[in-house]
Design a protein. Structure first.
Length: 434
């Protein structure tokens, strides 16, 4: 990913130096286990740890790989240069390259998930705070983009909190599923390496041994992981789209914080554009781009091929770095989002009480009128509001068929906004548990 949409901690996880450090730890722990089994001399295993504090020379490894055309062999050659050829004689004993590559990738994905989970905690905290802050601030709900019935801004934030809370659970599950390692040798049969080596290496790296691998760890695990990232990205876009709508000039119920000195347009000085949430919509698309390739990686030839390899070298860093940035950006947007309660009420009343049509409909049916007739009575008065700008309550009061069933007091009571917020606390208790 380009630096513009990257944050240092996640980027560092995917740097070649970080990757080679994990490769080294896998090889060193494997040597320890081999020595404990008596397969290799203990002094050779101990010698591998001479490189514990050494910074591996990425350029040198690349130089060797230019000749060998094999990245793991290039690394092992460089390691031998550091600790000595004789001392390195038993490194990688009984292992295959995928033991190192796949286990490393899963370590990186687990660590990436931990960063993303921390990001989600920050986002959830921001959503919760804003939900409680605007718990009873009434705004119009919309279906198909059209005024429906009243909700509150607090419920809007609470809805997004609940969605992200589900995503947090999904990511925890995906983290657990990807947290496996394999040190099982060529085609995964342990023919040349004891399963105890795998168990030791995985324990040292915080992984579980893969129950059965071929020459690779099964890629359905990775498909699940990246699919989860795609769902989280879609939820980010869901929130971003709502904010973008609320910032439209004719709506303006909320807007992104506009800092001093910020410019909205090179041509029109009056502009205050929702650039951050538009950016989030785009970043969500990039994260979702990784989902289909990850699913296509599940099907490999026999015990392995490397058709998945080039894909994962890109989608691993790109998807996690992008999602990390997007979650942090969204958290900032939510924390600083400017809310306009007066505009919310103005929009609520734009169509002069029309949003209470269902309450009138239900009251008429309760008064003994059939649903079909009640719907007809309410709709004919509602259309006058749409088409002629009339006041809905006044039209109902002037309709003899309506007033034959409902008194003026009963009609007026149906226009109480408080009716729509009476269960907000119940919903909040379900979402937040407080």
């Amino acid at each position: 990913m380009i630096p513009r949409y990257s944050r240092p901690q996640m980027v560092a996880l995917w740097e070649p130096a970080s990757k080679f450090r994990i490769w080294y730890e896998i090889e060193a722990h494997a040597c320890d286990a081999q020595a404990a089994l008596g397969v290799i001399p203990k002094e050779n295993a101990q010698a591998v740890w001479k490189a514990k504090d050494v910074a591996f020379d990425v350029a040198r490894i690349d130089e060797i790989e230019a000749v060998t055309k094999h990245d793991v062999i290039a690394f092992l050659t460089h390691l031998a240069e550091i600790i000595g050829n004789d001392e390195a004689r038993f490194v990688h004993q009984g292992m295959t390259s995928s033991d190192v590559l796949d286990t490393t990738l899963n370590v990186q994905l687990v660590r990436a998930a931990d960063i993303l989970l921390a990001d989600m905690e920050a986002l959830l905290a921001a959503l919760k705070r804003r939900a409680h802050e605007h718990r009873m601030d009434v705004r119009i709900g919309r279906s198909h983009g059209i005024h429906a019935e009243p909700v509150t801004m607090g419920l809007t934030f609470a809805r997004f909190y609940a969605e992200m809370d589900r995503n947090r659970t999904r990511l925890r599950t995906a983290r657990a599923e990807i947290a496996t390692g394999a040190i099982s040798g060529a085609v995964g049969t342990f023919a040349n390496i004891d399963p105890a080596v795998e168990a030791h290496v995985c324990a040292q790296l915080g992984l579980e041994p893969e129950p059965i691998s071929t020459q690779v760890i099964p890629r359905d695990r990775h498909a699940m992981f990246f699919a989860t990232l795609g769902v989280i990205a879609s939820s980010i876009e869901n929130i971003a789209i709502e904010i973008r709508h609320m910032q439209r000039t004719e709506v303006l119920e909320a807007e992104e914080f506009f800092s001093k000195g910020q410019k909205g347009s090179s041509a029109m000085p009056h502009k205050r554009n929702p650039v951050l949430t538009e950016n989030l919509t785009g970043l969500a698309r990039l994260v979702r781009m990784s989902v289909i390739p990850a699913m296509e990686n599940v099907a490999l030839w026999h015990e392995r091929d490397i058709s998945h390899s080039s894909v994962e070298r890109m989608i691993g860093p790109d998807a996690t770095i992008t999602l990390d940035f997007a979650l942090a950006r969204l958290t900032g947007v939510i924390e600083k989002l400017v809310i306009y309660p007066d505009n919310m009420l103005a929009n609520m009343h734009k169509f002069r009480g029309l949003v209470h049509s269902q309450r009138v409909l239900l009251a008429l049916t309760q008064a003994g009128i059939s649903r079909e007739d009640a719907y007809r009575l309410v709709q004919r008065n509602a259309m006058k509001v749409w088409e002629e700008g009339k006041d809905f309550q006044q039209e109902l009061l002037g309709d003899a068929e309506v007033t034959a069933a409902l008194s003026p007091t009963e009609i007026a009571e149906k226009f109480d906004l408080g009716y729509h917020t009476k269960h907000v606390d119940t919903i909040f208790a379900r979402v937040f548990g407080d």
